[in-house]
Design a protein around this ligand. Structure first.
Ligand code: SAM
Length: 333
């Protein structure tokens, strides 16, 4: 065995030792006990096993839901409506392939996207005519939804530092009919200094440890979880949130979100912004259209957070939703 494959094997074995018989990392499960309330714990744990329903959003720049539904039904796909979003639907996991390969998807009339992500753009609520920013944008699910909500009027700046991902982002935006987005290859932490007080709204769907993406059916998704990764991401997110806030114009609003459960990547990051910005950053209460969520935590490990952190929302996962954290922040005049 070569030296390289030997060292890879050792790493895999070490990682596997940290996994519980359920397949999830042991430390992750211990932490989950203090993050998720007792009443939700069982359903959250079950959600790592269940095959998720597939959801999608109709691109209203090109078509209306009625037309797309007829097109999909002819393929044998039966989309189900949602009470809280007229343009979003879900299908059973077995219909995912049909949906992904449909011409509606390849021609940009629909975008396959998780329900938590769809909700994030609705909560930021971008409007036609505004100049908005998506600070961590690839592959562009939220950017293209923002363009849709803005009815292709105004401007959307989109930022992504990884070249390959930036090309994919630009392609997706083109396919989805965006005429108002401009793509920037850069580190989002620099945007605030470059264009302070510029944007009406900022989306920051931050790079994160992606704990919500762990699936027991995909052991690789659980193998690389580590506290070190959480700390690394937390440092980057603290820089990104400060930059996003700086780029926001007075009176503007931003949404900070992650698909991680970790308070170090969520409450602690928002708390750091509140501490640095004083009264200029106001945390807004988010109204939720369903009941499977918790308010932001008041403390975690040895850290206490500002009382307003309870305005944040942690979506608890189920067969429809991935776990997600959101904080909506307004910059005072
Ligand atoms: N909002 C996207 C969507 O809905 O399709 C998903 C964004 S994903 C969670 C986070 C993105 O942030 C990744 O594409 C990652 O490459 C990018 N990223 C990583 N480091 C960054 C940085 N320093 N500045 C801006 N973006 C960064």
């Amino acid at each position: 065995m070569s030296k390289r494959s030997k060292s890879r094997k050792t790493k895999t074995n070490l990682d596997a030792e940290r996994l519980t018989p359920s397949g999830l990392p042991a430390d992750f499960l211990v932490r989950l006990e203090t993050i998720v309330d007792d009443t939700w714990r069982e359903s959250v744990l079950r959600s790592f096993e269940a095959a998720k329903k597939t959801s999608f959003r109709v691109n209203t720049l090109f078509t209306e839901p009625g037309e797309v539904l007829t097109e999909l039904q002819e393929l044998g796909v039966v989309p189900q409506a949602l009470a809280w979003c007229a343009n979003a639907f879900w299908v059973e996991p077995e219909a995912r392939d049909l949906l992904t390969h449909s011409t509606a998807a390849t021609e940009g009339r629909i975008y396959i996207q998780g329900l938590s992500s769809i909700l994030a753009t609705l909560i930021l609520d971008p409007q036609p005519g505004e100049w908005n920013l998506d600070l961590a944008a690839a592959p562009g699910g939220k950017s293209s939804h923002m363009v849709c909500r803005m009815k292709n009027q105004g401007k959307l700046s989109v930022v992504e530092p990884i070249r390959k991902r930036m090309y994919r982002l630009a392609d997706n935006l083109k396919r989805m009919g965006s005429e108002i987005s401009k793509t920037y290859l850069m580190d989002g932490r620099k945007a605030g200094q470059k264009v302070p007080d510029r944007f009406d709204r900022v989306m920051l769907d931050a790079p994160c440890s992606s704990e919500a993406r762990m699936r027991l059916s995909d052991p690789d998704s659980c193998k690389y979880w580590s506290l070190r990764k959480i700390r690394e991401q937390s440092r980057k997110q603290t820089g990104l949130i400060a930059s996003a806030f700086q780029a926001l114009q007075p009176g503007g609003t931003m949404l900070y979100c992650t698909c991680s459960f970790a308070p170090e990547e969520n409450e602690a990051v928002v708390n750091a912004l509140l501490s640095q910005s004083g009264e200029r950053a106001e945390l807004l209460e988010i109204e939720m259209p369903f009941s499977h969520w918790q308010p932001g935590l008041q403390s975690f490990a040895d850290q206490n957070f500002e009382p307003a952190i309870t305005h944040c929302r942690r979506i608890l996962p189920n067969e429809h939703f991935d776990a997600f954290f959101m904080a909506k922040i307004r910059k005072a005049f």
